[in-house]
Ligand binder design. Sequence first.
Ligand code: M6R
Length: 600
Amino acid sequence: MCGIVGYIGQEKASDVVIKGLERLEYRGYDSCGITFYNPEESKFITNKDTGRVAKLLNDNHYPDNNHLAIGHTRWATHGVANHQNTHPHYSMSERFVIVHNGVIDNHKELTFKYLHDYEFRSETDTEVIVNLIEEFAKKISVVEAIRKTISLLDGSYALLVIDTNDTDRIYAVKNKSPLLIGESDKGIVLGSDVLAFVNYADYYYLLEDNSVITVERIKDKFVFEIFDTIGLKIGKPEKHPMDFVTDELDKAGFEHYMLKEISEQPTVVRKIMSEYMVDNKLRVSPDIKAMFHQVERVYILAAGTSYHAGLIGKIYFEEIAKIPAEVFIASEFAYNEPLIEPKSVFVLISQSGETADLRACLMNVKEQGFKTLSITNVPTSTLAREADATLNIYAGTEIAVASTKAYVGELAVLAILARSLSIQHSLDLVYEMSRAAVAMENIVDKRDYIHEVVQQTIKGEHCFYIGRGIDYFVALEAALKLKEITYIHTDGLAAGELKHGPMALIEKDVPVIAIISQDHINNNTRSNLEEAKAREAKPLVISLENTSKGNDDIVLMDVHRLLSPLITIIPAQLIAYYKALDLGVDIDKPRNLAKSATVE
Ligand code: M6R
């Protein structure tokens, strides 16, 4: 979703900002722009348009000695993706320039109340913010005008603001949308993700909501200060070194990040095992175990792929830990809360740790006094920091929009959590997970075969995945993968439901892919597949050695039945990948999607 980057310092500011925006491209966007101070012309220049960040760099001139810039990648929320709606936005007199990540819910009311004399050039909610700052700055200082403006805003926002009368300062604000500060001897960089700081910062700082920041050049030094919304100075937050592995950010010889990330999945499982291993057992910390003492019910909240991991998490909580669990889509739970048992614990699952729907839930349930545990891939993320406790999935940076290795990481950590909470389940997780990692490797190695299967089977505009029990939940995730990167309409169905309606869509050669990893429902799913075949569907079976029959198309090594999702999802991820490859679509950045959904 939208990404922002700002820089003031000795480096070429436009380069820092454009490289930073490139690092944020994985979040998904449809237009981008930059405003920088051009010392050759002694004025601020803005370049912006729809399309890729590379175009922003290649189509424009940036003098070497430019020292201050702000930039933005926009994922359209208010107004279509076009030149006018692309950030940065100017105030009406062009004194102020702004980039904004988030959504302002009351922008119409604010326009009506304060800005009736203002002309707007875009359809965005952002232009309201910059014009409010301009309006208030007529009578009070810029920083006061910014504070007054944000006191009126309802919604989420990370903002960078430039006053064009001041070539040495950037103002920033953070509330509910991510914003961090990076620091080096050469300058200060601001951005929505620490990845934007790679090569340009030695340290980074996480910011709390309702922070107002000024970043400025004082003589030949570059400094920042943080204030609260009434103007009181806040001490600097903890300093974190930029010590994460930058190799993760490269494709390591793979054509796409998605294939690289699919291939990394066995390593992710092994990494998780090494991180959670205590006395030869896989365990969470005693503090986290204590959160579940006498718990009556666990509520799992998540979105998209993480929600699909949550569905399997429910099975783990109930079968392994014997704790009743419910799973909710975060955007539904946030505004339609069910009746909750008093002794409940909330488990929030999110790769990014920044999903706004989930954060809204976190705020609600914390306010009600419930204990919260987040499971994320980003230990510095908002959800990791704001939940009572957090578990890291150690998947390493996931760049492709289609989530793969984070899904298996979430499953593995959910299994470890459930096993740690169980009193006497016989599941030997160390042994079973090690076997699962081998089985995962085995299927990744056979990816060329999956490509052949795709070329023979996946044709036309529709596709169905079917399964029962745990396989049904994998079918949901498998369908999401195929639809999001190939744009082929795909549904994941409980196999028994096919005959209750969806069968009407089955006709000659529509692929129906059955996932069959559970012995007790093997024949039932096969019967449902036969019903589809009788309507001339093109069948494809993904099974394990001990559930396979006759000519099953993809037979995977046996693993413990509860860990089968770690394995059965991999051919489905590869099917999606190879179909997208053959269709020639943008695999890592599918249309209309964002990696990190930071607006509700
Ligand atoms: O970062 P999160 O896990 O909270 O993201 C949730 C969804 O937006 C995400 O899983 C999305 O569905 C993926 N693009 C699916 O591949």
